[in-house]
Structure formats: C-alpha cells, structure tokens
Design a protein around this ligand. Structure first.
Ligand SMILES: Cc1cc2nc3c(=O)[nH]c(=O)nc-3n(C[C@H](O)[C@H](O)[C@H](O)COP(=O)(O)OP(=O)(O)OC[C@H]3O[C@@H](n4cnc5c(N)ncnc54)[C@H](O)[C@@H]3O)c2cc1C
Length: 383
C-alpha cells in the first residue's frame, strides 16, 4: 500500500482525500497546520456545474436543500444609475443532477470533512521541511515530528509554504491591486433585486456580487475594489483586521454602493486579493500541487474552488492511471480561465462613461448569443 501525505485541509486537500480514500491501494493522511478545519461562518461560495458534477460523485447532492441554493441567472446592474443592464442564464449548463450552486463556504468544508474518518486529519501539523531520499519523501513538522510517504500532495493554499520548500526558493503570489470586502446581508434590505439570482453590480474600479447562500433569506455580499497598496501595507496583515482600515474601505465603497446596504452588512471582513503569476510544477515526480497552491485565479469568474475541485479530481484520475503529471490540457485550461477572469475584471471595473455605455451594449448582445455563451462559459462549465 502506497502512503500519501496531503498537506492542508482546505477544499482541495479534503476533496482529494475523499477520492483517494475509496482506493485501497493508498493509505492517506491530511496534515493541517491549524487545530481544526476552517469552519468560519459568513463566507459564501459559488460552485459552477463543472465542480458540482465532481462533488456529486462523493454524495454532495444529498446535502439538504436548505443548505444550498441554485440560482438560474446572473443579473447585471450599473452601480451608477442602479439600472439593470442585462441578465445571463447560467442554468443553461445545468442538468437534472448537476446545477450551479451557491452556499456558505463552511457548509462545503464541513461536508468534505465529514466524508473522512476523523483519524485521517492530523491537526497542528505545520510543514517546515521536505526531504527527498531516493523514492521516499520525508516531511518534517514544526513540532519536530516527521513522516515518510511515497506521494506528497501539496494543498496548503495560495501562500503555500510547502511549495516554496520543495523548490528551495520563495514563490510568492502577486497582489492583484484589489481588496475584497465580504459580508452577509438580509434579503429584506435589498428590495429591488431578484433574490433568486446572482446580482452583479458594476461600478467604477469596483464591482460587487450578491447571492443567496441558503433558503433562509441570507445573502452573501462581496465587493472587489481596485486599490494600490505599498509593500509595507501588504506586509502587515493586521492592517486588514483593523477597524480603521475596514471603516475607511467601507467609506470608499459607499461612494458607489447604497449606504443602507453598507450599514446593514454583518460579519464584514476585508482582505487583499492575491493571484498566481505562473503555474508551478514540482520537479519530483511523486509530488503534486493542487488548489490555490497550484494556481490562484482572480476572483472574477468565481472559479477558485471549482478549479481546486477539478484539479484534485484530475490528479485522482492520474493516480488511477499511474500517470504522474498534469497534462498540457490542464495547463492550457488554467491559462484560459485566468485570461477570462482578467478580462471580466477589466470589463467589470470600467470607469469612462463612454466605455461603460459601449460595454453595456456589447453585454446585452453577448448574453443572448448562444455561440458566445457556449464558448465563453461553456468551455469552463462543460469540463
Ligand atoms: C474574494 C474571493 C472570492 C472568492 N469567491 C469564490 C467563489 O465564489 N467561488 C469559488 O469557486 N472560489 C472562490 N474563491 C476562491 C476559493 O476560495 C479558493 O480558490 C479555494 O478556497 C482554494 O482552496 P485550497 O484548498 O487550495 O486552499 P485553502 O482553502 O486556502 O486551504 C489551505 C489549507 O492549508 C492549510 N495550510 C496552510 N499552510 C500549511 C502548512 N504549512 N502546513 C499544513 N497546512 C497548511 C490552511 O490552514 C488551510 O486549511 C474566492 C477567493 C477570493 C479571494
């Protein structure tokens, strides 16, 4: 039996653990640096059909209907005049079992965690060193304990320390010149939108997204604001937890977003958005990167978690076929989704009124154009 160590108990690490657990050729253990998986409330997540299809393979469809939502459309609005620009039918790619889904992030993590016997997740295990001794990989943790394994799967997120350790150099993600503001809001506050859909508000150097996360009328709110930060500000993470920073950010977005919405946001968090600049491929053929450690996308196609799940599933297939590295198609697909996420960011943040007018005209045409939708969304949603 081959030993597989999975570093990081986030979405990608827990999902691949569930898949590999089904195969009796592998003995798996997840090593998580914190004392539990992250079940923090207040964060929403969108999962497109490409990942729902893969999650359903481990029983995601059995999650109660109260805990998730299936929006049919994305409604686009202009923040400037509060008018609807157009709507996009995202349910086109749904089928009877696999539907575009929005939910609370902790619901997904809790589901993935509960798929594993509790003794398969080892907590308080922060990796500090990785050694390769012929075919065996030795992993050393901060508490001086160590393990040996045949395969190492690195799923410790965007700031992956383990990725830096295996490449012997620090590989840092890049600040995306944007900060994210997240919170929850009751649907009673937002009277003028369709609560059954995802609402996307386009502003100047700012866009915000509102969507239902369950059947109880709770909506998730995310705003992405273009903002330059210097290296000192970026190095000091406590800045983003400070009330002063949150208040000044809320003040900035209140120039475009209704004050009533901002005043009624709960569980608010601000954080800088980081993205990957290149796809890292480990030199050791028995070491793999998945999830944000493999590649982190701009958040403007809502594909981070969906791609984490897709890449994990692909690695599982590779294990089954004894094929050791991701193929060229995965690299091409990652680059394609990254390009589209950046294009969305550009289009969502336009500030010149003439450019906005032209964008809105183009959007109205494109959302009804089947050929375009099949190419732009279909290539991502139909994996
Ligand atoms: C503003 C914003 C909005 C987003 N919205 C969406 C969305 O709507 N839909 C979507 O699909 N995606 C979204 N994403 C992206 C998505 O959240 C991530 O892509 C996804 O969570 C990545 O999962 P992961 O398992 O790779 O990493 P993570 O979820 O970050 O998990 C990494 C785990 O590794 C652990 N760890 C870290 N270092 C170590 C170490 N040294 N040793 C051991 N353990 C370690 C951490 O504690 C953590 O548990 C969004 C991202 C942002 C920034």
């Amino acid at each position: 039996m081959k030993k597989v160590a999975i570093i990081g108990g986030g979405i990608s690490g827990l999902y691949i653990a569930s898949l590999l657990k089904q195969n009796c050729n592998y003995e798996i253990i997840v090593y998580e640096k914190n004392n539990s998986v992250n079940l923090e409330k207040g964060y929403g997540i969108q999962l497109s059909v490409n990942s729902i299809k893969l999650l359903n393979q481990i029983g995601f469809q059995k999650l109660t209907l109260e805990e998730k939502f299936n929006p049919n459309k994305v409604d686009f609005y202009s923040l400037k005049n509060q008018k609807k620009i157009c709507d996009l039918n995202i349910s086109t790619f749904n089928n009877a079992d696999d539907k575009y889904t929005t939910l609370q992030r902790f619901t997904l993590i809790d589901f993935l965690k509960n798929k594993l016997p509790s003794n398969l997740i080892n907590y308080n295990k922060k990796v500090i060193e990785v050694q390769n001794v012929s075919e065996i990989i030795k992993v050393i943790f901060e508490d001086n304990s160590s393990i040996e394994c045949d395969y190492l799967i690195i799923s410790d997120g965007i700031f992956s320390k383990t990725r830096s350790l295996i490449s012997n150099k620090e590989t840092k993600p890049r600040y995306f010149n944007s900060i994210a503001i997240r919170g929850t809001i009751d649907q009673k506050i937002l009277q003028n939108i369709d609560h059954k859909n995802i609402s996307l508000f386009l502003g100047s150097n700012l866009h915000s997204v509102v969507y239902p996360v369950n059947k109880n009328g709770q909506l998730n709110f995310v705003a992405i604001l273009r903002k330059n930060l210097n290296s000192v500000e970026l190095a000091d993470y406590s800045l983003f937890n400070s009330e002063e920073f949150t208040s000044s950010t809320l003040l900035e977005i209140s120039k475009q977003i209704d004050v009533n919405i901002i005043e009624n946001l709960k569980e608010i968090k601000c954080f800088p958005v980081f993205v990957s600049t290149k796809i890292s491929q480990p030199k050791n053929k028995n070491t793999f990167l998945i999830g944000d450690a493999f590649f982190a996308f701009p958040p403007t196609f809502a594909q981070g978690a969906s791609q984490s799940i897709e890449v994990s599933h692909e690695l599982y297939q590779n294990f089954k076929n004894e094929n050791n590295q991701f193929n060229k198609e995965r690299i091409k697909r990652t680059k394609m989704i990254d390009r589209k996420s950046r294009l969305n960011y550009f289009a969502f943040h336009l500030s010149n009124p003439l450019m906005c007018f032209v964008r809105n005209l183009i959007m109205r045409y494109l959302v009804k154009n089947k050929k375009f939708i099949n190419s732009y969304l279909g290539k991502i949603y139909k994996n």
